[in-house]
Design a protein around this ligand. Structure first.
Ligand code: NDP
Ligand code: GDR
Length: 373
């Protein structure tokens, strides 16, 4: 019998990599996608299987984490061996604007799935992975942050995820469920949502280099993050559910960089050297030198980055640095891709898209580039 996995958030960054990973391992993979007015399956289109053929092993179900009866029905139908709860309103800044919705999806949604497992009597069959986050350590209480570091969330998103973390622990302790929290630090990839900081930078600077945009407007460039690659992190999500006993793990690289450093890496990939001038809201990045042919739209002296206070958050998480030693010791997990290698991959992908767009434009087929961020 094939093992069955159910992934909520399968259309997201992690969901798409995890689906690929589990299909490779021979799982039958079920995913929950939301109904949207336009296609939202771009990240999984390459593994999509025609519903009209037999023996499919990748199956999508319409659903939503706010819809209890829908979740119960899907879990009942699939009878999964493993559930990976990756669905969330995952944008920290947006959570300040949509606080109640974020709580409904990220906190209550987690409870709804755990209850579905319980109502259907699957406590002993279905293992549960909860996508917990380094944001639980918003105002850090010690450095680096490990599994025993006390939490101090700093956003409606993080507070909702705090509930989800504890309800998973509580159902493990109350009902003997195999429930694990992965406390994952930031992880990125070419599939990262366009408004998270790394992708905003790689996509924005690639578009600027190719002449589709003029300026990248940033928030707090001093923020420090421990960035890893999503591919490394989904492997660990699976490993956590293969343990003998359910336990929680910090997943991180143990290295920390600033947003400004990430901007510099991206510029270098495009053959641009930047000079940062000014302070606070007056800080700008100016083109100091250009090499190669990837930035035909730029010249020395152009201002390509400036600060827009609109991207400051009401409460900021200034610094995060994880201690992944438990994952290494107990599960033998170590990240294989460095933050710089990941940046190289992301720029290559975004530059390719920007060049494709330039080619279309040159031939009279221009389509608008979304600059929403
Ligand atoms: P994404 O934002 O890329 O994906 C989120 C997924 O959740 C999407 O498939 C989205 O659907 C879906 N979703 C959102 N709201 C609902 C809802 N109401 N009902 C059902 N599905 C919904 O996030 P990531 O892949 O980056 O992250 C995966 C999980 O891990 C999230 O829970 C996130 O909070 C958490 N996390 C992420 C980290 C990171 O650095 N990436 C670090 C730590 C934790 P749609 O495509 O339709 O929008
Ligand atoms: P984060 O990721 O909030 O850590 O949450 P994000 O990439 O949005 O921000 C990282 C840091 O960069 C600063 N920043 C900006 N951020 C964005 N998005 N846009 C900007 O213009 C900008 N300028 C500076 C931010 O202030 C912040 O300090 C991500 C999400 O994936 C969560 O779901 C996940 O739980 C955590 O990572 C771990």
């Amino acid at each position: 019998m094939l093992k069955k996995a159910l992934i909520t958030g399968v259309t997201g960054q992690d969901g798409s990599y995890l689906a690929e990973f589990l299909l490779d391992k021979g799982y039958e993979v079920h995913g929950i996608k939301r109904r949207a007015s336009s296609f939202n399956t771009q990240r999984v289109d390459h593994i999509y299987q025609d519903p009209h053929v037999d023996n499919k092993n990748f199956i999508l179900h319409y659903g939503d984490l706010t819809d209890t009866s829908n979740l119960i029905r899907i879990v009942q139908e699939v009878q999964p061996d493993e559930i990976y709860n990756l669905a969330a309103q995952s944008h920290v800044a947006v959570s300040f604007e949509s606080a109640e919705y974020t709580a409904d999806v990220d906190a209550m949604g987690t409870l709804r799935i755990l209850e579905a497992i319980r109502i259907l009597g699957l406590e002993k069959k279905t293992k549960f992975y909860q996508a917990s986050t380094s944001e639980l350590h918003g105002l850090v209480q010690e450095t680096p942050q490990s599994e025993t570091t006390p939490f101090y969330p700093r956003s409606p998103y993080a507070v909702a995820k705090l509930y989800a973390y504890w309800i998973a622990v509580n159902y493990r302790e109350s009902y003997g469920m195999f429930a694990c929290n992965g406390i994952l630090f930031n992880h990125e990839s070419p599939r990262r949502g366009e408004t998270f900081v790394t992708r905003k930078i790689t996509r924005g600077l690639s578009n600027i280099a190719q002449g589709h945009e003029k300026r990248l407007y940033m928030g707090n460039m001093d923020a420090l993050r421990d960035w890893g690659h999503a591919k490394d992190y989904v492997r660990m999500q699976w490993m956590m559910l293969q343990q003998e006993e359910p336990e929680d793990f910090v997943i991180a690289t143990g290295k920390q960089y600033s947003v400004r450093e990430f901007i510099n890496w991206t510029a270098k990939e495009l053959g641009i050297t930047l000079r940062f001038e000014g302070e606070g809201v007056d800080e700008v990045a100016i083109v100091d030198a250009i090499e190669g042919e990837d930035a035909p739209a730029l010249k020395v002296g152009d201002i390509v980055v400036s600060v827009d206070p609109r991207y400051f958050r009401p409460a900021e998480v200034e610094t995060l640095l994880g201690d992944p030693s438990k994952a290494k010791e107990k599960l033998g997990w170590t990240p294989e891709i460095t933050a710089q290698e990941m940046c190289t991959e992301m720029v290559a992908d975004d530059l390719k898209a920007a060049k494709r767009h330039a080619l279309l434009k040159a031939n009279g087929y221009e389509i608008p580039v979304s600059t929403e961020n």
